[in-house]
Every structure is written in structure tokens, then in C-alpha cells.
Design a protein around this ligand. Structure first.
Ligand code: AR6
Length: 180
């Protein structure tokens, strides 16, 4: 796996192309829907890899609002926890989509801080089924993490786990634009 790394304060931010279900980090973030009861894309992959206990725990959470996130155990995953974040559905960009997407990354890092989790991997939330333009999402993802890391000192490793090389290129460019 080729890795691209940049430092921001005490934290390392990395870009990889990988299946997020294979990453042995303290938490992987799921691009969930507000039911938290599973779906396609990365959500489906995470539930398949984690096994049925994940859905059983998700059923106890009473869903999750757009822009918010909730944490569970990781069960059969190599990651210890899953943070289920609900990204916005793209409606053209004038309906608060940018703010809701930023909120997902902020809330996920806040949960890591609260639970003492040092390493976290994010997929490109909302850029699949939910239709958020990937070139607009990547700078929001990267910029929000860099800002939030200033207030989440326990978090020392953030991985942007991209599912394609074009997605990785967007995240590398956003990191370079901010930190180089
Ligand atoms: N590892 C890493 N990234 C992945 C993986 C994987 N295994 N699989 C897909 N991606 P999406 P959304 C990438 O559609 O747009 C679900 O049904 C994918 O290429 O998974 O937030 C939920 O239940 C894309 O870049 O999530 C919701 O209903 C990114 O993950 C809805 O889809 C996000 O794509 C959420 O839509």
C-alpha cells in the first residue's frame, strides 16, 4: 500500500487507496444513513466484515442525524471501533451540504478524543451514493480534520482511505495545498 503523509502539529495525516474494512486502526468511520441499519457502498462492506453483532448494536442507537456521528464496537473488523457518520445527500450545494459534511468529520474526531482513540480512518463520506462532488468534498474533509485536530490532541493519526486513485489524488492535493 503506497502512503502519502503530512504532519500537522503532533498528528500525521495519510492518504491511502484501500478497502477501509482491512485497516487496523482504533476506529474506522462509516458513511452511514440516518437509520444506522446498513445499506450499500462502504456501509454494506463494513457490516459484512464486522458481522451481525454490529447491526445488533446499531439497532440500539435510535438512528443518527445528518452531520452527526455515533460510535460502536468493531466486532470482527481489525478496527476496534466503528464511528457511523451520516453525510448529507447532495442537493446542488445550497442546502447546507458543505457544513453538514464538515460536521461529520468534526464529530468523528470529537468521538475519538472522548473515547481515547488515537488513530482513525475516514472514507470519502457522501461522495458515492449521496452524490457529493468528490473535488468539493476532499478539501472540506482535509480542512476540517486539520482544524479539528487542534482541539483533539489524543488523535495522532488520520487516514483518508480512498477507494480509487482519483479520489486519493484529490485528498493528496488538498493536504499539499494546506500543509506544504
Ligand atoms: N472502503 C473505502 N471506501 C469505500 C469502500 C470501502 N470498502 N466502498 C466504497 N467506498 P458510499 P455515501 C467509497 O456510497 O455517498 C449507503 O447505502 C466510495 O467509492 O459508500 O456517503 C449508506 O447506507 C465513495 O468514495 O457512501 C447510505 O445510504 C465513498 O466510499 C449511503 O450509501 C462513499 O460512498 C451513503 O452514501
Amino acid at each position: 500500500m503506497s502512503t502519502f503523509e503530512r504532519l500537522s502539529g503532533a498528528a500525521t495525516l495519510e492518504v491511502v487507496v484501500a478497502d477501509i474494512t482491512t485497516l487496523a486502526v482504533d476506529a474506522i468511520v462509516n458513511a452511514a444513513n440516518s437509520s444506522l441499519l446498513g445499506g450499500g457502498g462502504v456501509d454494506g462492506a463494513i457490516h459484512r466484515a464486522a458481522g451481525p453483532q454490529l447491526l445488533a448494536e446499531c439497532r440500539t442507537l435510535d438512528g443518527c442525524a445528518t452531520g452527526d456521528a455515533k460510535i460502536t464496537q468493531g466486532y470482527r473488523l481489525p478496527a476496534r471501533h466503528v464511528i457511523h457518520a451520516v453525510g448529507p445527500v447532495w442537493h446542488g450545494g445550497g442546502s447546507g451540504e458543505d457544513a453538514a459534511l464538515a460536521s461529520c468529520y468534526r464529530r468523528a474526531l470529537d468521538l475519538c478524543q472522548q473515547h481515547g482513540l488515537a488513530s482513525v480512518a475516514f472514507p470519502a463520506i457522501s461522495t458515492g451514493v449521496y452524490g457529493f462532488p468528490p473535488e468539493r468534498a476532499a478539501p472540506i474533509a482535509v480542512g476540517t480534520c486539520i482544524e479539528t485536530l487542534k482541539t483533539t490532541p489524543f488523535v495522532t493519526r488520520v487516514v483518508f482511505c480512498c477507494f480509487s486513485e482519483p479520489s486519493a489524488a484529490l485528498h493528496r492535493a488538498a493536504l499539499s495545498a494546506t500543509l506544504d
